[in-house]
Design a protein around this ligand. Structure first.
Ligand code: UDP
Length: 261
């Protein structure tokens, strides 16, 4: 595949771009996101993918560096019922929620077929190894993923780059929590191709069986956040952003001026 493919995907993606409270999010399905990532890898491109939930979006509004980073990423996926609801309130096209957990599962399947190498970085010691074993159990053809714990800040970059150079991954899943994982990808994968870097938050914890995922019916009605709050009450501090997000999204849908950042 040529650079024409890359340009074609970017032009198509630009058309799917929505602005939710001023932050860039693509209205794209899970299947198309996986197809684009496959096309980028096949054409030896690099890309950073962010799974945008309301907490990330609110963070991007108040942190100019993070907001600017989200302008430069190739794909910002709608991860969060609130993001999809906010888009639909304004009749913007947003076909479905695309979560990190689902995306990683699809990409592991893709990697098993095409021989892409995975690097799982971050999370508590042992978690990435367990997550890698789970992905291999699901997709027996998968090349055993490389793993590292590392550190999320710039003081961990030398180690990260050494591991990346040694393992030469195609897909890097960074689990350092937002926004650290997005900055980590931006710093450490900037000049590498073909590499797709994705911040995956708690996905490795789910894969490793350390935290259960909310039951499907709760996810369907947009209450995954409530389940996570019940299991991990310390999340309340982060979730304080959610009522403000809902209020602003409604104001935006009503056409009221809310200030872009
Ligand atoms: N984490 C880490 N180093 C850090 C901060 C977080 O490895 O300095 C890991 C943490 O162990 C977890 C992931 O980053 O595996 C972030 O998960 P969280 O539940 O915060 O992300 P969310 O799914 O809410 O985006």
């Amino acid at each position: 595949m040529s650079s024409a493919t890359i340009n074609a995907t970017d032009i198509h993606l630009a058309k799917l771009e929505a602005r939710i409270l001023g932050v860039r999010v693509h209205g794209i399905s899970r299947a198309l996101a996986v197809a684009w990532i496959d096309a980028w890898l096949a054409s030896r491109a690099r890309a950073q993918v962010v799974t945008v939930n309301p907490e990330i979006l609110m963070r991007a509004r108040r942190d100019p560096d993070y907001g600017e980073l989200l302008e430069r990423t190739r794909l910002n996926l709608p991860d969060g019922a609130g993001i999809v609801a906010a888009a639909r309130l304004r009749r913007l096209s947003m076909p479905e929620r695309v979560t990190g957990v689902d995306l990683v599962d699809d990409l592991a399947g893709l990697a098993a077929v095409h021989g892409y190498r995975l690097l799982l970085a971050g999370a508590a010691p042992g978690v990435a190894d367990q997550a890698a074993a789970e992905l291999q159990r699901r997709y027996p053809g998968l090349i055993p993923p490389a793993t590292m714990v590392g550190r999320s800040g710039p003081d961990g970059d030398a180690e990260a780059q050494a591991v990346i150079q040694e393992t030469r991954p195609h897909i890097v899943l960074a689990a350092y929590g937002a926004p650290a994982q997005e900055f980590w990808i931006d710093r450490n994968l900037r000049d590498l191709a073909p590499v797709v870097g994705i911040g995956v938050g708690g996905t490795l914890d789910y894969l490793a069986g350390r935290i259960p995922r909310a039951p499907a019916p709760l996810r369907r009605i947009g209450l995954e956040w409530a389940y996570r709050l019940a299991r991990q009450p310390w999340r309340w501090r982060r979730m304080r952003a959610l009522p403000a997000f809902a209020r602003l999204a409604i104001l935006e849908a009503l056409g009221l001026k809310i200030g872009v950042r």
